[in-house]
Write a protein that binds this ligand. Structure first.
Ligand code: PBG
Length: 336
């Protein structure tokens, strides 16, 4: 065979040359359809009542359980990186059957919120409204006859939300997946004069194995059974829209899809369908797998993390809750 067979005729005229716009870095910057920024992020922090120093979470390298005394340093860093918001999780020094430390006036989250409001008043403070870190059985609700009792749990969730609002939380985030939790919390907040406290509803929260590292970090694994009687079944995309719709009707200010990476289609559906601000939670397992592969030299964790966060934003999320927030904010300063 002669090589002429492969020769391109001299007068080929391509109408479309995509590569024209891909050649130069600055031109690529100009044409980015999705721009990731540190202002997209909400950074989760774990505060542990039993600690006097910080302790790294083994399955989440770079993420720590903080003592109250370590909080200031962390907040200064977060604020310095122009991350606008934190999401506070607590580990109490005592668990019981009704998770009473979750709504104690001097509970760990309540103390942390007051401390944050004092030392970093510019940060938006969101809190997680749930029972699993505080109950001795590790479930997100009250147990009656080995079942998680929905309606009885609503009262406790309302107490938790009110106590966090009292401490100064700007946003409360119910994550227990009890039916009616948004309505119950909205009514309770309003009755106490907290009309200005916003609700970020974990509306479409799936029963996901990607929460594994979080449960290790927060010591919140259920002692028996699993969370499938209250969290959503992963295959259900239509049901996710119903969950979000109902939360909006109950008064949610921000709605959420969680996890993010395996549910990008749900994020896109929600963005197309609703006008509310939409949060996506890039959960612990998503963080852990990228970190682990990076540590092994199997992929470039920095590039993969930025690609992932961009994908979550491209899918339609307005707020990205991510353990990568601090790292990504630093990396974005380099690339932008
Ligand atoms: C509490 C809660 C969980 C997460 C956030 N809030 C754990 C769970 O539902 O088991 C998971 C967050 C993560 O994995 O990063 N209900």
């Amino acid at each position: 065979m002669t090589s002429e067979l492969y020769e391109v005729p001299e007068k080929i005229r391509l109408t479309n040359r995509f590569r024209r716009l891909r050649e130069q870095g600055s031109l690529r910057t100009l044409l980015k359809e999705t721009r990731l920024s540190s202002s997209d992020f909400m950074y989760p922090i774990f505060v542990d009542q039993r600690l006097s120093v910080r302790e790294e979470i083994p399955s989440m390298p770079g993420i720590y359980r903080l003592s109250l005394s370590e909080l200031d340093k962390e907040l200064a860093e977060v604020a310095g990186l122009k991350i606008p918001a934190v999401l506070v999780f607590g580990l109490p020094n005592r668990k019981d059957s009704s998770g009473s430390e979750a709504y104690a006036t001097d509970g760990i989250v309540q103390q942390a919120v007051r401390a944050i409001k004092k030392s970093a008043p510019q940060l938006v403070v969101a809190t997680d409204v749930c029972l699993c870190q505080y109950t001795d059985h590790g479930h997100c609700g009250v147990i009656r006859n080995r079942r998680i009792d929905n309606d009885e749990t609503l009262e406790l969730l309302s107490r938790i939300a009110v106590s966090q609002a009292e401490a100064g939380a700007d946003i409360v985030g119910p994550s227990a997946m009890m039916d009616g939790q948004v309505q119950a919390i909205r009514e309770a907040l309003d009755r106490r004069g907290f009309q200005e406290t916003a609700i970020m509803a974990y509306s479409a929260k799936f029963a996901s194995a990607f929460y594994g590292p979080f449960r290790e970090a927060a010591e919140s694994s259920p002692l028996w059974g699993d969370r499938r009687s209250y969290q959503m079944d992963p295959p259900n995309r239509r049901e996710a829209m119903r969950e979000i719709e109902v939360d909006i009707r109950e008064g949610a200010d921000i709605v959420m899809v969680k996890p993010a990476l395996s549910y990008l289609d749900v994020i896109r559906d929600a963005r197309n369908r609703f006008r509310h601000p939409l949060a996506a939670y890039n959960v612990s397992g998503e963080y852990a797998m990228i970190k682990a592969a990076g540590k092994n030299g199997w992929l470039d964790d920095k590039q993969v993390a930025l690609e992932t966060l961009t994908a979550i934003k491209r899918a339609g999320a307005n707020i990205i809750i991510t353990y990568f927030a601090k790292d990504a904010a630093k990396w974005l300063r380099e690339v932008n």
